[in-house]
Structures are given as C-alpha cells and as structure tokens.
Design a binder for this molecule. Sequence first.
Ligand code: HEM
Length: 443
Amino acid sequence: MIRIDASIPRAQETAQLFDDPLGFLARARAALGDVFVIREEKALLSRAADCAGVIAVFGAANHQAVLTDAELFRQPISAAQHISLPQTLINLNRGLHSMQGAQHDQHQRLLMNVLSDRSNEGRRELVQTGLEQFVTGWKYDQQIFLLAEMRRLMLALSTRLLFGEQYDESAQLATLAEQYFHARRAVASTFKAPDKGTRAKLISLGTSLDSGLRRYIHWSRKATGDGLLGTLTSLETLSDDELVAHSNVLFMSSLEPTAVTLTWAILILSQLPDLRRSLREDQSQLDGVINETLRLLTPNALMTRLTTRPTPLSSFPVPANCEILISPFLAHREPERFPRPNEFLPERWQGLKPSPFVYFPFGGGAHYCAGRSLATYMIKTSLAFLLQRFDPVLAFDQEIDWKIDIVLLPVNDPVMSLRRPESTPVVGGKLIGPVRELIKLKS
Ligand code: HEM
C-alpha cells in the first residue's frame, strides 16, 4: 500500500466531511493551505481500488495542473464498470468523460461542433414552441414544485433539441433515458453494491435504452433526423456503439445540471422582487444572474481525479493512485478573486472575465463541458421566457436544505406560487435555512 508523504498537512475531524463537506473543506483550507490530506488509504468519491488516499487541492495554478493533464490526472471509472454491469450498460456511459488522448480530442471536436452556438441559433423556434407548450399547463396563482417542474421543462426541451421533432418515439425514448439516469444515479450515489432487485431493474432499463437508441440511430441514418443527435449520426465517422454512448451521455448531461441551475436561479430571484421586475424590462442583465447563480450555487460543487503516477502539487509529493478533490464551490468564493464573495451581485459580471481555473462551473482544461453553449442557451432562453409570463415567488416561508448528489441540489423541493407579473412585484415567502446561509442577498 502506497502511503501519502508525511510532509503533506493532514485535516482533522474528518468525520465532519460527511455532515458538512463544503464547510469542512473551507475550514481545513483556511487552516492548512492549498494542499492537504483528507483521508488515508481509501477513496472518497471515486471507488478506486488500492487508493492511496484523498488530497484536496486549491488555487488556480493547482486547478490548472490537475484539469489540464488528463493523462496524469485521469477521470475515475464509472459505477457501471465498478459493479461489473453487462457490456451494454458499460457502453452506455462511454461518452467523452471516459475517453482519453487522441480519441477524446477527436470526439470532443465533433461534439463541440454539433453543440455549437451556430446549432442553437438554428433551433430558436423549436425551443420557443417547446416553452409555449410547456407553460400551457401553468396557471396564475397555481403552486408548483420548482425542481420537479424545471426537470420536466428540461426534459421537454432536451428531447426536442437532441432527438428532434420528427421521430415518433422521441418522447418514450427520452422518458426511458431519464428513468435510466435516475436508477443509475441511485446506484452511483451509494458505495454499497446494489441488491439483486435494483441491479436487475438497472440492467433491464439500460438494455431497453440501448435498443431504443439503436432504433433511433437506424431511423436517423435513413431519415436524416432533425435533432442534434441526428446531425451527429449523419457524420458517418462514429460507430453505432459510439453513437449510443454519446447520445445517452449528451441527453443525460442536458437534463439535471440545467434543471438544477434554473431552480437555483428562480429560487434566488424569488427573494429579489426588484431584480425580477428589472429583468422583465432589461434582459441584458440575465447573463450576470446566470453567471452569479453558477458561481454561488454551482451544480458541479466538487470534482475528482485520480493520479496515474507520482507528481508534485504546490511542491508536495503526491503519490500515484491518489484521489484528488477540487471544489469549484469554494474556488468561486475566493475573496481576492470575487470581493464580497458570498453576496449575490449579478452586476459584478460587467466586464469580468475570470480565468477558467478561478471560475469553472463547466469544468476546465481537457474535459471542459462540451455542452456549455447549449446549456447557457437553454437556461437563458427559459429564464427570460418564464419571467416574462410569471412572477415566481415562494408560496410561503420555507426552510430549504441542500445536498451533493453528483450535483449540488435542494433536498426539499421549493414550493412556488406563480403570480401574475405586476408593476409592483409581489413579496412572497422567505427563503430560510441552510441554502439561505450559503448566499447573502440584498433584500
Ligand atoms: C448548467 C449546465 C451544465 C453544467 C453546470 C455542466 C458542467 C460540466 C462540468 C463541470 C464538466 C466537466 C466535468 C469534469 O471535468 O469532471 C462537464 C463536462 C461535460 N458536459 Fe456539461 N454541464 C452542463 C450542461 C451540459 C449539457 C447541456 C451537455 C450536452 C448536451 C453537457 C455535456 C457535457 C459533456 C459531454 C462533458 C464531458 C466533456 C469531456 O469529458 O470532454 N453538459 N459539464
């Protein structure tokens, strides 16, 4: 067993890591500096066997070193591989995340081209119709569960954008992909091996999804499907297995982080009536609102990598097979980079362009998010549309807690009331509790 060098500072009271991971990391960082050991001899998030332990790493130069060299700091293997699921299910997760080297770079170029701003522009009408249809189900003064509704909205938009409107089975395929995503997440977020029933359900969903995606690819090759995945299918450089994997990973990636970001943005705005009104008149402030939401409540709160060989970080000797933990959540609150770091200040983004290793809600370096343009487009268009038609406020005072379950998300789903937009916006229920403690708001 490789031991972590004694010169690297050790965090104390590591039990707190599980109760309050972000608070624990912030306190340990303040006491110990940019590099410290959280755990010896055992992985935390990656399931790596024979892991030397876990080291937390801070500071833009360290973030850059870890995120840029994807061969030295590799992505952990997927849960599907770890629990030895059948090959079909392992293939479903073989998207860009799990690729390396020249193959990764070639596929990254292809995917980024398909998911570019140019592609989004051509799909403006499709998104607009999707939003119009979605809100036909919303009435003034109705109460909604915010995260559940944002998941439903992102499912509707992603289905149109990725599978297109011409494929008859788009909706069923999308629902199946979503079910598989939630079943897989339930397995991935616990370190226990799944019981027989859970495993059988996951295999059944994954096998159906694989067949469904293959039928879609077959149809799309013949019909030149109108969705983004149709464009990918027409490229002819990708095998069926590769197309299945990319389709699944892109579809899944387009759902949860976008739904969660919209949820956080609307929850914050529910506390800021003047800003809601001013956004209705001047949408140019939306970029600042989205950047600030992604700064303070970044879905990607923690990231992890595994060292493939010994390497120095801040001149400490880090061994091979060591889990490296990076926290964009805390990086985004560095007071030297973001003065008054805990305050929600959309106006701070006027003219601000932080380095991609200081502010990185979409990751940075080699595995930088391939869907960033699509994500910002979906979030911005949806937020603008919903705020024009509704004034969302908390239905009553609510204590909202948070958790990290792959992404940072609310534990209890905020209940919103959909008010009619008036010139004097309504002051709704107050946000209280743990989420409120993560952000300072001008009321
Ligand atoms: C707010 C929404 C989103 C957030 C916050 C987000 C965040 C991220 C982050 C942090 C990474 C890097 C992970 C790492 O390095 O370990 C990533 C990678 C990725 N994202 Fe996103 N993402 C979002 C939306 C999307 C969308 C809409 C798509 C596609 C439809 C997408 C596709 C991908 C892919 C394929 C990768 C892997 C890139 C690679 O490994 O080269 N993401 N995303």
